[in-house]
Design a protein around this ligand. Structure first.
Ligand code: GTP
Ligand code: MG
Length: 308
């Protein structure tokens, strides 16, 4: 149970990060909470289900909800991504429109602005990737689009911003949250994600980075067994699900090169995340034909929205 606070101005609530795929939502979340909770790659549609990150101070608690990028689809995994993003909008107390200056089509940023505005929830615009100097003329254009709706726009580089800029952003975000009698989660936590989920996501991120083309989009990561208290070190047995037979040799790679690299890079990052010297990680590539069309598998992977 979380404790009531003795501050009539204390704020707490869910703040959804909404944007086009690749806009920098997950990078923004990690930057704001100074921890890596949401995976980041240069490929769109990296985030699949909502990921929560927490920022707690004496003034309040922001529960960031990182959503998948907005896409339109009616089938398979993409239809889940669309529903999940829509549900984050509905279930949040306030929203951040994450708007990248790297987006060449202004209409795509406008679409996000219209969407968050239509929700009738308090929102602010955060203009990202401002370090891409050759596109900096777009900052003012996007700022205008947000201000036309009567809302505030702040700009940030997730890679180059300093502590003061981070504080400014957090303060503005706290401002649009509702007054609350108590924090929503334990104030010592920086995420509500389990170790197991964080580890799965790290492995998925490495798959995205190491494997090319369409394979990462048709792949999922599922823990078979996680023995946290094993001696001499925690043991993780994880399946990489692929959608067809022909994908398996691609994930494994020539002489096992890909899977070895995915394993090594994942293990190093999982050890860091768990704050331990050593983790035993066993990866298995498992073919599950068109797993994204299988309701049970989708459920097991938590690729179902809260309302389903
Ligand atoms: N130059 C620059 N690149 C950034 C910035 N923020 C994010 N990126 C890069 O943009 C790419 C996408 O970042 P993500 O944080 O994964 O974007 P996202 O909006 O969460 O993407 P999805 O989960 O796919 O919807 C990655 O290659 C990031 O490194 C930034 O401020 N500046
Ligand atoms: Mg993301």
């Amino acid at each position: 149970m979380t404790q009531k606070v003795n501050n009539p101005n204390y704020k707490a609530g869910y703040l959804g990060l909404i944007g086009q795929p690749n806009a920098g939502k997950s990078s923004l979340l990690n930057f704001l909470i100074s921890e890596k909770v949401s995976i980041v790659t240069n490929k769109p549609q990296t985030t699949r289900r909502r990921v929560m990150g927490l920022h707690s101070t004496d003034a309040g608690q922001i529960v960031f909800v990182d959503a998948p990028g907005l896409i339109k689809s009616t089938s398979g995994l993409n239809s889940f991504l669309q529903k999940e993003a829509e549900e984050v909008i509905q279930s949040s107390d306030a929203l951040v429109a994450v708007l990248s200056i790297d987006e060449s089509d202004a209409a795509r940023n406008e679409e996000i602005i219209d969407l968050v505005h239509r929700s009738n929830k308090p929102w602010i615009g955060v203009i990202t990737k401002t370090d891409i100097t050759e596109k900096s003329h777009r900052i003012l254009i996007i700022k205008d689009m947000v201000e036309m709706k009567g809302m505030k726009a702040l700009s940030i580089s997730n890679t180059k911003a300093n502590k003061d800029e981070r504080h400014e952003l957090l303060e503005q975000m706290m401002n649009i949250l509702p007054i609350s009698e108590a924090p929503l989660f334990d104030t010592e936590l920086y995420t509500t994600e389990s170790m197991r989920n964080l580890a799965e996501e790290i492995i998925r991120e490495k798959c995205f980075e190491i494997l090319n083309f369409e394979i990462p989009y048709q792949l999922a990561v599922q823990t078979r067994k996680f023995d946290e208290d094993a001696k001499p070190c925690p043991k993780l047995y994880v399946d990489i699900l692929v959608a067809r037979d022909s994908h398996k040799p691609i994930v494994v790679g020539k002489g096992g090169a890909n899977i070895k690299k995915i394993g090594e890079e994942s293990r190093a990052e999982i050890q860091k995340m768990m704050d331990v010297q050593k983790v035993y990680l066993e990866l298995n590539v498992v073919v599950k034909d068109n797993w994204y069309e299988n309701k049970t598998t989708m459920k097991e992977l938590k690729y179902v929205t809260k309302s389903e």
